[in-house]
Design a protein around this ligand. Sequence first.
Ligand code: HEC
Length: 153
Amino acid sequence: MRAFFYLLTAINITLISCSQNPGNPTAENKTQIKKESSSQPSEGELLFDNKCNVCHIKTKPTPKEIKTLSAPPISCVARQIKKDFSDKDIEDAKTFILNYVFFPDITKAHCDTLRLKSFGAMPSLKGSVTEDELDLIADYILENYPLTEKEKP
Ligand code: HEC
Protein backbone atom coordinates (compact mmCIF):
# COMPACT_ATOMS: atom_id res chain seq x y z
CA MET A 1 0.00 0.00 0.00
CA ARG A 2 2.83 2.38 0.89
CA ALA A 3 4.53 1.51 -2.35
CA PHE A 4 1.35 2.33 -4.23
CA PHE A 5 1.10 5.69 -2.49
CA TYR A 6 4.69 6.34 -3.36
CA LEU A 7 4.05 5.60 -7.02
CA LEU A 8 1.18 8.09 -7.02
CA THR A 9 3.31 10.87 -5.56
CA ALA A 10 6.16 10.06 -7.90
CA ILE A 11 3.88 10.72 -10.86
CA ASN A 12 3.62 14.32 -9.71
CA ILE A 13 7.34 14.91 -9.74
CA THR A 14 8.24 17.28 -12.54
CA LEU A 15 10.06 15.63 -15.37
CA ILE A 16 13.15 17.60 -16.08
CA SER A 17 15.32 16.87 -19.03
CA CYS A 18 18.50 14.98 -18.43
CA SER A 19 21.09 17.56 -19.26
CA GLN A 20 23.70 15.35 -20.79
CA ASN A 21 26.50 17.01 -22.60
CA PRO A 22 27.79 14.21 -24.78
CA GLY A 23 31.32 14.19 -26.04
CA ASN A 24 32.48 16.72 -23.51
CA PRO A 25 34.16 14.87 -20.66
CA THR A 26 33.80 16.76 -17.41
CA ALA A 27 36.16 16.76 -14.46
CA GLU A 28 33.66 14.52 -12.71
CA ASN A 29 33.95 11.93 -15.43
CA LYS A 30 37.71 11.93 -15.33
CA THR A 31 37.81 11.28 -11.58
CA GLN A 32 35.27 8.53 -12.12
CA ILE A 33 37.52 6.77 -14.60
CA LYS A 34 40.51 7.15 -12.26
CA LYS A 35 38.56 5.73 -9.34
CA GLU A 36 37.35 2.76 -11.34
CA SER A 37 40.77 1.77 -12.57
CA SER A 38 42.45 2.06 -9.17
CA SER A 39 40.00 0.15 -6.98
CA GLN A 40 38.27 -3.19 -7.10
CA PRO A 41 34.64 -2.99 -8.21
CA SER A 42 32.16 -3.28 -5.33
CA GLU A 43 29.61 -6.07 -5.14
CA GLY A 44 26.95 -3.56 -6.19
CA GLU A 45 28.94 -2.63 -9.28
CA LEU A 46 29.48 -6.27 -10.24
CA LEU A 47 25.75 -6.90 -9.91
CA PHE A 48 25.04 -3.79 -11.95
CA ASP A 49 27.42 -5.08 -14.63
CA ASN A 50 25.49 -8.35 -14.70
CA LYS A 51 21.92 -7.13 -14.52
CA CYS A 52 21.75 -3.57 -15.84
CA ASN A 53 24.82 -2.71 -17.88
CA VAL A 54 23.55 -4.48 -21.00
CA CYS A 55 21.12 -1.55 -21.42
CA HIS A 56 22.46 1.23 -19.16
CA ILE A 57 26.06 2.05 -20.12
CA LYS A 58 28.42 3.36 -17.43
CA THR A 59 30.43 5.74 -19.56
CA LYS A 60 29.39 8.95 -21.22
CA PRO A 61 28.26 8.00 -24.73
CA THR A 62 30.20 9.29 -27.70
CA PRO A 63 28.06 11.09 -30.32
CA LYS A 64 28.18 7.87 -32.36
CA GLU A 65 27.11 5.72 -29.41
CA ILE A 66 24.16 7.97 -28.63
CA LYS A 67 22.30 6.68 -31.69
CA THR A 68 22.74 3.06 -30.60
CA LEU A 69 21.77 3.45 -26.93
CA SER A 70 18.91 1.25 -25.77
CA ALA A 71 18.42 3.07 -22.44
CA PRO A 72 19.66 6.24 -20.72
CA PRO A 73 23.29 5.93 -19.49
CA ILE A 74 23.32 5.20 -15.76
CA SER A 75 25.21 8.42 -14.96
CA CYS A 76 22.31 10.32 -16.47
CA VAL A 77 19.72 8.34 -14.51
CA ALA A 78 21.70 8.68 -11.25
CA ARG A 79 22.28 12.42 -11.58
CA GLN A 80 18.68 13.15 -12.51
CA ILE A 81 17.43 11.18 -9.51
CA LYS A 82 19.88 13.00 -7.24
CA LYS A 83 18.72 16.34 -8.56
CA ASP A 84 15.10 15.45 -7.81
CA PHE A 85 15.66 13.90 -4.36
CA SER A 86 17.71 15.92 -1.88
CA ASP A 87 20.51 14.30 0.14
CA LYS A 88 18.23 13.79 3.10
CA ASP A 89 15.75 11.90 0.91
CA ILE A 90 18.39 9.48 -0.31
CA GLU A 91 16.42 6.54 1.13
CA ASP A 92 13.44 7.62 -1.01
CA ALA A 93 15.72 7.76 -4.04
CA LYS A 94 16.77 4.20 -3.27
CA THR A 95 13.16 3.09 -2.89
CA PHE A 96 12.40 4.70 -6.23
CA ILE A 97 15.11 2.66 -7.96
CA LEU A 98 14.00 -0.57 -6.27
CA ASN A 99 10.36 0.01 -7.27
CA TYR A 100 11.25 1.06 -10.79
CA VAL A 101 13.15 -2.11 -11.58
CA PHE A 102 10.16 -4.26 -10.62
CA PHE A 103 7.45 -1.87 -11.87
CA PRO A 104 8.92 0.34 -14.60
CA ASP A 105 6.64 3.11 -15.75
CA ILE A 106 7.82 6.04 -17.85
CA THR A 107 5.30 8.34 -16.16
CA LYS A 108 7.26 7.85 -12.91
CA ALA A 109 10.69 8.38 -14.47
CA HIS A 110 12.94 11.34 -13.68
CA CYS A 111 14.77 11.71 -17.00
CA ASP A 112 13.20 13.54 -19.92
CA THR A 113 10.07 11.54 -20.82
CA LEU A 114 10.22 12.26 -24.52
CA ARG A 115 13.77 10.99 -24.69
CA LEU A 116 12.83 7.93 -22.63
CA LYS A 117 9.95 7.12 -24.96
CA SER A 118 12.40 6.93 -27.83
CA PHE A 119 14.06 4.00 -26.01
CA GLY A 120 10.81 2.15 -25.43
CA ALA A 121 9.81 0.83 -22.04
CA MET A 122 12.12 -0.88 -19.58
CA PRO A 123 11.03 -4.47 -18.98
CA SER A 124 10.29 -5.44 -15.36
CA LEU A 125 13.20 -7.38 -13.93
CA LYS A 126 11.06 -9.11 -11.32
CA GLY A 127 12.37 -12.67 -11.09
CA SER A 128 15.82 -11.90 -12.52
CA VAL A 129 17.13 -9.73 -9.68
CA THR A 130 16.41 -9.99 -5.94
CA GLU A 131 15.62 -7.14 -3.53
CA ASP A 132 18.90 -7.73 -1.70
CA GLU A 133 20.83 -7.48 -4.97
CA LEU A 134 18.92 -4.33 -5.89
CA ASP A 135 19.79 -2.80 -2.55
CA LEU A 136 23.50 -3.11 -3.40
CA ILE A 137 22.93 -1.99 -6.99
CA ALA A 138 21.03 1.13 -5.85
CA ASP A 139 23.86 2.01 -3.42
CA TYR A 140 26.36 1.66 -6.25
CA ILE A 141 24.27 3.88 -8.53
CA LEU A 142 23.71 6.59 -5.93
CA GLU A 143 27.27 6.63 -4.61
CA ASN A 144 29.19 6.69 -7.87
CA TYR A 145 27.74 9.36 -10.12
CA PRO A 146 28.07 12.67 -8.27
CA LEU A 147 26.38 15.83 -9.45
CA THR A 148 28.69 18.35 -11.06
CA GLU A 149 29.10 21.69 -9.28
CA LYS A 150 26.73 23.26 -11.81
CA GLU A 151 24.06 20.63 -11.23
CA LYS A 152 24.08 20.86 -7.43
CA PRO A 153 20.89 22.46 -6.11
C1 HEC B 1 16.54 -4.58 -21.31
C2 HEC B 1 17.10 -3.27 -21.05
C3 HEC B 1 17.17 -2.78 -19.62
C4 HEC B 1 17.72 -3.42 -18.53
C5 HEC B 1 18.37 -4.79 -18.44
C6 HEC B 1 17.62 -2.47 -17.42
N1 HEC B 1 17.00 -1.32 -17.83
FE1 HEC B 1 16.56 0.29 -16.68
N2 HEC B 1 15.68 1.21 -18.27
C7 HEC B 1 15.63 0.71 -19.55
C8 HEC B 1 14.96 1.65 -20.42
C9 HEC B 1 14.71 1.47 -21.92
C10 HEC B 1 14.61 2.75 -19.61
C11 HEC B 1 13.91 4.04 -20.08
C12 HEC B 1 12.45 3.79 -20.39
C13 HEC B 1 11.67 3.50 -19.18
O1 HEC B 1 11.86 4.14 -18.16
O2 HEC B 1 10.81 2.58 -19.24
C14 HEC B 1 15.06 2.44 -18.25
C15 HEC B 1 14.87 3.25 -17.16
C16 HEC B 1 15.37 2.99 -15.88
C17 HEC B 1 15.16 3.84 -14.72
C18 HEC B 1 14.34 5.12 -14.66
C19 HEC B 1 15.13 6.33 -15.08
C20 HEC B 1 14.40 7.61 -14.78
O3 HEC B 1 14.34 8.45 -15.67
O4 HEC B 1 13.93 7.81 -13.66
C21 HEC B 1 15.84 3.25 -13.67
C22 HEC B 1 15.94 3.78 -12.24
C23 HEC B 1 16.44 2.05 -14.17
N3 HEC B 1 16.13 1.92 -15.52
C24 HEC B 1 17.22 1.21 -13.42
C25 HEC B 1 17.69 -0.03 -13.87
C26 HEC B 1 18.45 -0.96 -13.04
C27 HEC B 1 18.89 -0.68 -11.60
C28 HEC B 1 18.68 -2.07 -13.80
C29 HEC B 1 19.37 -3.34 -13.38
C30 HEC B 1 18.87 -4.01 -12.19
C31 HEC B 1 18.07 -1.83 -15.11
N4 HEC B 1 17.50 -0.57 -15.11
C32 HEC B 1 18.10 -2.74 -16.15
C33 HEC B 1 16.12 -0.51 -19.98
C34 HEC B 1 16.72 -1.46 -19.17
